[in-house]
Every structure is written in structure tokens, then in C-alpha cells.
Design a protein around this ligand. Structure first.
Ligand SMILES: *Cc1c(COP(=O)(O)O)cnc(C)c1O
Length: 489
């Protein structure tokens, strides 16, 4: 299958590209994104066929339907990485919390957050594409916390790939930072900067625009690529677990095959719920897709009013930092599916020029046939962490935002799957605060108090982080990033 472009075709670009091309250079004409030319139709037949399948068999058959230009043995190798998750036979367990509420846990991979679901197989596939082309790629990433560890973990020791990850030295949790600075593979470089995540991102942007930097890369025969969440090579792996989770409910006799459910996703850049949108378009029985946000509530406002307006918004730092976002990039792919390329180009250029765009009444109706939304502030989030804990389930602050929409906009007679995007270990100070009232604890103390309170073991891999050797010691001013990267290369 080939890939087309959300903002139409600039004559300077080819009109369609292969999957490999779309993942190597994810930005399309006019700054748009690549999307599949059409989606395979699954229907109940596919679902019935896979009721008895393992996660990997389901995934392989689904990827086959996309007819991507990746050899079957490479796809199989990529999917084998799910064997390193906690339960080899089921990397994504679905757990009942109460009557009609189920949690699908996406955090059982090596870095304990949902980013592993897509980045683990994606790293293997990108490296194989690079080897086949006999080219060397540099992956540059700025991270606020979860993407960095997951990307480093997937690209470590991958042939033809080097990766540099820039993070705010004092802007991540201890666990997130330790996951990065204890990575010791030769093809990885981790750089802490004195500044916040915006500074890290801005530094990366100016580097990408720097002529001297690009010239040096050319001399060294290195091309740039990116692993950010608009890359379709990540999105494709985020379709699978929505189908798997539905099948798990059927397997648990929680629903009948064909019964419609809510899919409720803690959303930031809209990549996770975009996977659910595609699954629904392909025939998964979904009542509504529920978009949950934190106090950065642009997605809620957009879905309720059809107006995407961030003119007067300032980013708010919350206790669910992976969802702190104003420009939610993957929304563009939904606009394209619903309204076509010309209209998407128009809307996105309004956003670029005026920080605002507005749907017509008909367009809004179409959007609302599929999506509903609500947002949850930090205080409410704490309340949900505590109340769900009292019902016997330990939940991270991102996941907890979903409980607000579950109460406010969902019909309680219909079953809900809420997606859990992080293990409690990754955001322990917030959870400890919600459970015991303690404030300003560092991760290590918070982990212990949650462990005591909830009678759960701290996973060994998290404990190990605190004693592992720190190999990535670079912490610099943002003006020195270019020099530091060139030294590494
Ligand atoms: C990345 C992330 C999200 C947001 O996912 P999107 O695909 O960007 O919407 C939510 N929770 C956690 C813990 C994350 O790491």
C-alpha cells in the first residue's frame, strides 16, 4: 500500500510514497503528514478469526493487510520484541476495575510507558530500512520524559542508526532521567541541558536549520530522521492493541462479539487515539472514542465546539506532563479522513497563521459522531487516583484523567476501556501525594511509600536504576549542543 499526503501534493514531491519512505522522512508536502491511501476493511470476520490468536499473530495478520514494503521476516523480528514484555503471551493485559470499566495496560514494556508499544518494533524496522538502503541515519529527539527512554531503548545497538536525545536536566522525573543517563550503548548520546523542555525543542529546531551542522552531516554521509509521534511507523503499531483489547473483552465474556464499547484514551499529541480511530474506521465496533485531556484542554474545547483556538493559551505544567500540549499534531490525520486534503490544508494554514481554525456546523457534526471529550485538572486527577485505589486499582496520573470523562460524558450502561499509558513507578511522587498526602517526595521515597501503601513490589528494573552506573554525564548550556553532537559523531 502507498501513502498519500494530508495537505495535498506540492509538485516538488512525488504524489505517493512507500511505507519505508514515509517513515524515513515523515513530513509531507506543505508541512503535512503521510496517511495510508486506503484502510483495510476488517469486519467481524477478522475479529472472529483472531479470537484465539496471540498478540503477535493478530499483529502480523493486521500488518499484512496494510501491504507495507517491509519483508515478512523483519516484521516478525520486530514483533518478537513484545516477548520482552512482562507476559510474553499477553503484552497488553486488560483488567477489570468495576462493573463496566476495564483498563487496558500499555505499560508492560522495558521503559514502563505506552511509548514502548510502538517504539520497540519501530526501531527494528527503521534500522532494517536503513541497512537495506545502505545509509546511516541520525535520529535526533528532544524529550520531556517518556519518549526519550523508549527511543533510546529501541535504537540501542541498532545497525546504521545513531541517536542523540536532548532532555531538560531538571525537568523530568528521577526515574525518567535515570532511564536515559544509564544507557551505555556506543550509538547513543544523551544530553542534558540547563533549561526546560521548550528550550530543548527550540535548540533541536535551530540545529536542524543550521547549515554548518547539515554540511557536516553530509560530509560524514549521515542522513537525518525522526522518531516522533507523527511517524506512521509508530501509528501503525498503535492500531493493533485497540483491536486486541476489544478481543480481550470478548474473551473475558465482558461483551458479545459486535457489541459497541467506549475507547477512552489519555491524549496529548493524539497518536494513541488516532490508532483507535483507524481501528474504528476499519470496522472495530466502537460507540464513541473518548478523548481525555488534562488542564491543557484544547482537545476538549475542539471536540465540543469545533473551534481549535490556541491564540490566548499558554501551556500549563500539570501532573500528567506527557499530555501537556497545545498543538496536537495527529489531529490533522482525522481532519484529512473526514474532510479531505484541500480542507485540511486550509485549516492547518489557519492554525499556522492565526493559531486558530474553525469547523463548519456540518463538519463538527461529523466529528462528534465519532469523538466525545472532557478534561480533568490535577486536583480532580488526584481524587480519581485515590478513589480508584480504594476500589483496588493503582493508576498513574495520565490514566486517571480518563475517569472524569468516564463519569461525565459516557453512558454507564455501555462498557468502557480506559487505556493506561504509564506504570505507577514513572510518576510516583504524584501518586504518593494522592494516596498519603505527602508532598515534594523524590521518586525513591515515593516508590517506597506507594509500595507499602498498596502492597506492591517495586519492579526490579526500576530498583536497579538507582544503583546503575551513570554513563551519560553530559549536561551543558543549550548553545553548546551542536558542538557536543559533532564530537559524538
Ligand atoms: C505520550 C503519552 C501520552 C499521550 O499520548 P499521545 O499519543 O501523544 O496522545 C499519554 N500518557 C503517557 C504516559 C505518555 O507517555
Amino acid at each position: 500500500m502507498n501513502f498519500i499526503q494530508t495537505r495535498g501534493i506540492d509538485p516538488a514531491y512525488p504524489s505517493t510514497v512507500t511505507f519505508s519512505e514515509a517513515i524515513l522522512s515523515p513530513i509531507a508536502s506543505y508541512g503535512g503528514l503521510y496517511v495510508p491511501e486506503n484502510l483495510p476493511n476488517l469486519g467481524l470476520e477478522f475479529l472472529n478469526k483472531h479470537l484465539g490468536s496471540s498478540y503477535k499473530d493478530l499483529a502480523f495478520d493486521l500488518l499484512k493487510k496494510f501491504e507495507i514494503d517491509i519483508d515478512a521476516n523483519v516484521i516478525l523480528e520486530a514483533l518478537d520484541l513484545y516477548d520482552n514484555f512482562d507476559n510474553k503471551n499477553n503484552p497488553v493485559p486488560v483488567v477489570k476495575v468495576k462493573d463496566n470499566l476495564y483498563v487496558s495496560e500499555l505499560y508492560h514494556g522495558p521503559t514502563r510507558a505506552f511509548k514502548d508499544m510502538a517504539l520497540q518494533p519501530f526501531g527494528r524496522i527503521l534500522s532494517s530500512v536503513a541497512q537495506k538502503k545502505n545509509e546511516n541515519y541520525l535520529i535526533l529527539a528532544a524529550t520531556s520524559g517518556d519518549t526519550g527512554p523508549a527511543a533510546l531503548e529501541t535504537f540501542k545497538n541498532q545497525k546504521n542508526i545513531q541517536m542523540v536525545c536532548i532532555y531538560p536536566a531538571n525537568g523530568t522525573s528521577d526515574v525518567q532521567r535515570l532511564q536515559m543517563v544509564t544507557e551505555d550503548a556506543k550509538n547513543l548520546k544523551v544530553i542534558g541541558i540547563n533549561g526546560n523542555f521548550d528550550d530543548a525543542q527550540a535548540a533541536l529546531k535551530s540545529l536542524l536549520a543550521s547549515k554548518s551542522f547539515n554540511d557536516t552531516l553530509k560530509e560524514k554521509n549521515i542522513s537525518l530522521s525522526a522518531a516522533n509521534s507523527v511517524n506512521f511507523g509508530r501509528i501503525i503499531f498503535q492500531i493493533i492493541y485497540h483491536i486486541h483489547s476489544y478481543l480481550e473483552l470478548v474473551r473475558h465474556n465482558a461483551i458479545e462479539m459486535g457489541e459497541k464499547i467506549y475507547i477512552n484514551v489519555p491524549s496529548g499529541n493524539f497518536g494513541n487515539i488516532l490508532g483507535a480511530f483507524y481501528a474504528k474506521e476499519m470496522g472495530l465496533p466502537v460507540e464513541k472514542l473518548v478523548v481525555s485531556s488534562n488542564k491543557n484542554n484544547i482537545l476538549t474545547r475542539f471536540i465540543k465546539t469545533g473551534v481549535y483556538d490556541i491564540k490566548d493559551d499558554e501551556l500549563i505544567l500539570t501532573t500528567s506532563p506527557a499530555m501537556d500540549i497545545l498543538k496536537s499534531s495527529n489531529v490533522e490525520r482525522v481532519l484529512f479522513s473526514l474532510y479531505g486534503a484541500d480542507r485540511t490544508k486550509e485549516l492547518m494554514s489557519d492554525l499556522d497563521n492565526n493559531s486558530k481554525y474553525e469547523l463548519t456546523k456540518d463538519e463538527l457534526e461529523k466529528l462528534q459522531e465519532i469523538f466525545i471529550a472532557d478534561f480533568c485538572d490535577d486536583e480532580e486527577g488526584k481524587h480519581y487516583i485515590k478513589s480508584v485505589f480504594d476500589e483496588g486499582y493503582l493508576m498513574d496520573p495520565h490514566t486517571a484523567t480518563c475517569l472524569k470523562a468516564y463519569e461525565t460524558v459516557c453512558d454507564p450502561k455501555i462498557k468502557s476501556i480506559v487505556y493506561s499509558t504509564a506504570e505507577w513507578t514513572k510518576f510516583s511522587p504524584v501518586i504518593a501525594n494522592a494516596l498519603t498526602g505527602e508532598i515534594d517526595t523524590r521518586d525513591l521515597d515515593a516508590l517506597s511509600s506507594i509500595s507499602r501503601e498498596a502492597k506492591v513490589e517495586i519492579p526490579q528494573m526500576i530498583k536497579d536504576l538507582f544503583t546503575k552506573e551513570v554513563t551519560q554525564k553530559t549536561v551543558i548550556e543549550k548553545t553548546d549542543i551542536e558542538k557536543s553532537i559533532l564530537n559524538f559523531l
